[in-house]
Design a protein. Structure first.
Length: 343
């Protein structure tokens, strides 16, 4: 087990360097003058000072140097926490990401918790009542759920629950009349709990409910199909038949033996789904007016903000690597075969 953990940890910096190199190279292949992109159509400096500003930026980022030398300069600045200045917001990209990443993480974490709960419950119920009406209903619902386009469900759902019924909250993380709690983690629900601001907590959960439920249900329906399939395979295995022959209760066999083995693939899927949610949440955030990474990414992409785009890709890559590391460690804890193989 120790060797397995050490091996995974040693791979992290290698993957990070490779990811930064790929991100940097791709950004350099975009056919645009970085100085022009930074200055923008309105100009990023006072009249007559454009050339001086471009010269300063060229010296800092090595725009006039070979690509490998520019990459070295980029990594030097990156280690110091300098991701450049966004040509869209005119602010340091690191400051922008510090504002926009926490709301997206909060939404994705809430959606993943809902997805795991929905996936396990529906999957277990469907497998336990295989071939019956409940099983058929779950199969139909999950098939429809994984087939429907996310943007369509978001539009219809938001129009219904916010526009018609008034159940969902409006745009943003808080109502205009609610004062935000002091920023500690950037996660509004957590910060409200830390500050003991129950009014802000209630309002934040109200705004979080619709987008988190929408994304969580869509991912959870897919999880349910996987859990059902794995549960059925486990329930038909020899050791489960032996457990039944010993007179163990069906609930004990289902939860202690079948579910424990069937849930192992769900760990891997959860890691992949977390990364997919982080990159695919753009449409839902835009529709419901969620002030997260989605809107920032859209604005940066449409205005060719290379520093902003590179910063977003870097954050998503780091989250992917972190989540995959956590998944590997959880796999080793859940599956004894991994511990035996790697020691």
């Amino acid at each position: 087990m120790r060797r397995f953990v050490i091996r995974r940890l040693l791979l992290v910096p290698i993957v990070l360097v490779g990811m930064t190199f790929m991100t940097f190279v791709i950004s350099q292949l975009v056919p645009i003058d970085p100085a022009a992109a930074y200055l923008g159509s309105r100009g990023g400096a006072a009249p007559g000072q454009e050339e001086e500003l471009v010269q300063q930026l060229s010296e800092k980022w090595g725009w006039d140097k070979p690509i490998f030398e520019r990459y070295g300069i980029y990594m030097k600045n990156l280690v110091q926490g300098d991701l450049g200045v966004s040509s869209t917001t005119r602010r340091p990209v690191a400051d922008d990401l510090a504002d926009y990443v926490p709301p997206t993480l909060e939404l994705v974490i809430a959606a993943m918790l809902i997805a795991i709960l929905v996936g396990i419950v529906l999957g277990v119920v469907s497998a336990a009542r295989r071939g019956k009406l409940t099983d058929t209903a779950v199969i139909v619902v999950t098939t429809l759920g994984v087939s429907a386009p996310t943007f369509w469900l978001a539009l219809v759902g938001f129009n219904l629950f916010y526009g018609e019924l008034g159940w969902a909250a409006g745009a943003g993380q808080l109502s205009l009349t609610t004062v935000a709690p002091p920023k500690v983690t950037g996660l509004l629900v957590v910060d409200s709990l830390i500050a003991g601001r129950w009014d802000a907590l209630q309002d934040a959960l109200h705004h979080l409910a619709f987008p988190a439920l929408l994304l969580g249900l869509l991912i959870g329906l897919y999880f349910a199909r996987v859990v059902r399939h794995e549960m059925i395979e486990v329930l038909e295995s020899d050791y489960v038949r032996a457990a039944k022959g010993k007179g163990l209760r069906s609930s004990t066999i289902l939860m202690r033996h079948a579910l424990r083995n069937a849930i192992i693939p769900l760990v891997t899927l959860s890691g992949l789904a977390f990364g997919s949610l982080l990159t695919g949440v753009v449409v839902v955030e835009y529709i419901v007016g969620w002030p997260g990474l989605g809107g920032y990414t859209f604005r940066a992409a449409t205005k060719l903000d290379l520093n902003g785009i590179t910063g977003v890709v870097l954050v998503i890559g780091i989250v992917y690597i972190t989540v995959n590391l956590i998944v590997d460690l959880l796999y080793a804890l859940i599956d004894p075969r991994v511990r035996v193989r790697y020691g």
